[in-house]
Design a protein around this ligand. Structure first.
Ligand SMILES: [Zn+2]
Length: 278
C-alpha cells in the first residue's frame, strides 16, 4: 500500500478562472489513483474536473505528467500544455516508460501503473504563452522544464524545489537523467527577475517568503552538488541529506523526493561534465 499525497492548492489569480496546482503521487501512488483525490479536492473548491480546461505541465516526469492521458480520456476537451521537447513524449509515452523502468526496475508497475498516451489534438506546445500565462524555460531539474507566471504567482513545477509546508526547509530534487546544476542557477535568476509574490510549488503548497525560499534552494543545491563532486558515495549522501532536515521531517522529504535519486542525478551530472571535458 502506498501513501497517497494528493492535494490541491488554490492561489489568488487575476483571471476570472481559478488557477490551482495539483500534486499527484508524490510518494509513489499511481498517478491515475490520484484522480479521485483530485476530484474531491476540486469539489471542496466548488469545481469539478469537467470545469478544468487547461492542464499546465512543467515537465514530463511521471509524478507530474503520469495521469495526463487518463485525465484526457475522461475529459476529451482538456488542453494539455507542455514544452516542445516534452510534447512528443506525451503523445507516445513508450520512451518515457522505458527510461522510467530502468530507474524504478521491478517497482515500476506498482508505482506508476498505466501511462496512457495523450491524443496529439489535446497537446498544446507552450511557447512564451500558455493558457493566458507567461511560459518560460526553467531548466535545471530537467532539461525540458518550464514554469508559468501570471504576473504575481509563479507556477514553479519543480524549479523552485521541494518544501513540505508548514515546514521551511527547501531541498533541490536532482534525479537522473538530465539534472544541470549550472542551468538551475540561471533558472533561479530568471525567477528572481520576475519578482513573483508567491511560488506555487507542486511539492507542496504556496510559499510567499519568496526570496528566502529561493536563497535557501540556491544554497542547498550548491552544497548537494559539491558533496557529490567531492566524492561522497550514495549512502553517505543520503545520510547527509537526512541530516539537513529537522527530526520528524526526514521520511516525508525522502518519500517526496528520494535522496538516492538525487545522488544518482548529481553523480551523472558530474560524470557527464568530466566526459565532455576530456
Ligand atoms: Zn521532476
Amino acid at each position: 500500500m502506498h501513501n497517497l499525497e494528493t492535494g490541491i492548492t488554490s492561489t489568488p489569480t487575476r483571471s476570472h478562472s481559478a488557477a490551482m496546482t495539483w500534486s499527484g503521487t508524490a510518494s509513489g501512488s499511481q498517478p491515475t489513483t490520484c484522480i479521485p483525490a483530485l476530484k474531491a479536492g476540486l469539489a471542496e473548491q466548488g469545481h469539478e474536473l469537467g470545469d478544468v480546461r487547461h492542464l499546465l505541465l512543467s515537465h514530463i516526469h511521471l509524478d507530474h505528467a503520469g495521469a495526463a492521458g487518463a485525465l484526457v480520456r475522461d475529459h476529451p476537451e482538456l488542453q494539455v500544455w507542455v514544452s516542445e521537447v516534452g510534447a512528443p513524449h506525451l503523445v507516445d509515452p513508450a520512451r518515457l516508460e522505458r527510461s522510467a523502468r530502468r530507474l524504478y526496475g521491478e517497482s515500476f508497475d506498482a508505482l506508476w501503473g498505466e501511462l496512457a498516451p495523450v491524443p496529439s489534438g489535446n497537446v498544446r506546445v507552450a511557447g512564451t504563452r500558455a493558457a493566458g500565462l507567461e511560459a518560460f524555460p526553467t531548466t535545471g531539474h530537467a532539461s525540458h522544464h518550464i514554469s508559468f507566471f501570471d504576473g504575481s504567482t509563479l507556477y514553479a513545477g519543480d524549479a523552485a524545489g521541494v518544501r513540505i509546508q508548514p515546514g521551511r526547509t527547501v531541498l533541490p530534487p536532482t534525479p537522473p537523467p538530465d539534472v544541470d546544476v549550472e542551468a538551475w542557477y540561471r533558472t533561479l535568476d530568471a525567477i528572481e527577475r520576475r519578482a513573483p509574490e508567491r511560488l506555487a510549488l507542486v511539492h507542496f503548497g504556496v510559499a510567499d517568503d519568496v526570496s528566502r525560499h529561493l536563497a535557501e534552494l540556491r544554497e542547498r543545491l550548491d552544497e548537494w552538488a559539491r558533496r557529490v563532486e567531492d566524492g561522497m558515495g550514495e549512502d553517505e549522501f543520503v545520510a547527509a541529506a537526512r541530516g539537513d532536515l529537522p527530526d520528524g521531517e526526514r521520511d516525508d522529504y525522502d518519500r517526496a523526493m528520494p535522496f538516492w535519486q538525487s545522488y544518482h542525478g548529481l553523480r551523472r551530472y558530474w560524470d557527464t561534465r568530466e566526459e565532455r571535458a576530456s
